[in-house]
Write a protein that binds this ligand. Structure first.
Ligand code: AMP
Length: 282
């Protein structure tokens, strides 16, 4: 397993693999890797001859009041995890390597990015689409792996690949959770002991929503109201949104009459956490 910091080094390595007739998978991450990321690396190693993991806290996807500076970083820990899971190359660039002086080209998307997280994070998806496009051009993978944990991101990337005719297969992987249900996230490290307990309200409300769908409830308001009521019982929790949308377009729907996404964003203290389920997985 190798760690490289420049675009040239990635290209050189990937070209060599291509010359040998090998397939390549890409797992884009912001580092501080946990079992959620590991599951994507495992999936890529299963499907491809070689796996590249990008490890880059992308400044462009953070708003001015967000946690860019405090976002956790630990490349030694990440390298050990990638190695243990069979990854072949970590691309760990500095921001200057990705965004040279005078950088001024962006990948922007309307509609899908104007809902859910896009409402409270207006610059986020422009940063995500731009960096993921760059990574796709740098690595030119056969397949790229994204977690359903960031369900809107997954839908946005699928849509971008379709709109812009990128010849890359996008694979969505299931959410990996802690034993008590909390979705694994690098941001969970921000939580105090008390907040960590309070954060369980996210997965509890997700499990409640899933159960209601399983039992045949199709009225989206009935489902989201019950979830909101459960979250409302936790004093440390403040709801950003609890919504049900079309699984592809991210537009809110009143009735479960098609594949849908139930997504939530909740502040626990100052930490904003997300969770969700797709009805197809219930
Ligand atoms: P991040 O480093 O948070 O940008 O995440 C990198 C990738 O890992 C994204 O595709 C995430 O959706 C995915 N991911 C993060 N947490 C989880 C999780 N708990 N389960 C599955 N995938 C995850």
């Amino acid at each position: 397993m190798k760690i490289v910091t420049t675009i040239d080094e990635v290209r050189k390595q990937v070209k060599q693999w291509r010359a040998e007739g090998l397939t390549v998978g890409l797992v884009p991450t912001m580092g501080y890797l946990h079992e959620g990321h590991a599951s994507l690396i495992d999936a890529s190693c299963r499907d491809n001859d070689r796996t590249v993991v990008s490890d880059f806290v992308n400044p462009m996807q953070f708003g001015p009041a967000e946690d860019l500076e405090s976002y956790p970083r630990d490349i030694e820990h990440d390298a050990a995890l990638v190695e243990a899971h069979g990854g072949d190359l970590i691309f760990h660039p500095e921001p200057e390597e990705m965004y040279h002086d005078g950088f001024s080209s962006f990948v922007d998307m309307t509609v899908l990015t104007e809902e859910l997280c896009g409402l409270s994070r207006p610059v986020h998806f422009r940063g995500v689409c731009t960096v993921v496009s760059k990574l796709f051009h740098i690595v030119m993978p056969d397949r790229a792996y994204f977690g359903k944990k960031d369900a809107q991101q997954l839908a946005v990337i699928r849509h971008m690949v379709d709109d812009l005719n990128m010849d890359i297969e996008i694979i969505g992987c299931p959410i990996v959770r802690e034993a008590d249900g909390l979705a694994k996230s690098s941001r969970n490290t921000y939580l105090s002991e008390e907040e960590r307990k309070a954060a369980l309200v996210l997965s509890k409300s997700i499990f409640l929503g899933m159960e209601m769908v399983r039992n045949g409830e199709t009225d989206c308001k009935v489902i989201t109201d019950a979830m909101k009521q459960l979250i409302g019982q936790e004093p440390l929790a403040r709801i950003d949104y609890v919504k049900i949308t079309d699984a592809k377009t991210m537009q809110q729907i009143p009735v479960l009459d098609r594949p849908a996404l139930c997504a939530i964003a909740v502040y626990i203290g100052k930490t904003r956490l997300i969770d969700n389920f797709f009805t197809e997985d219930v």
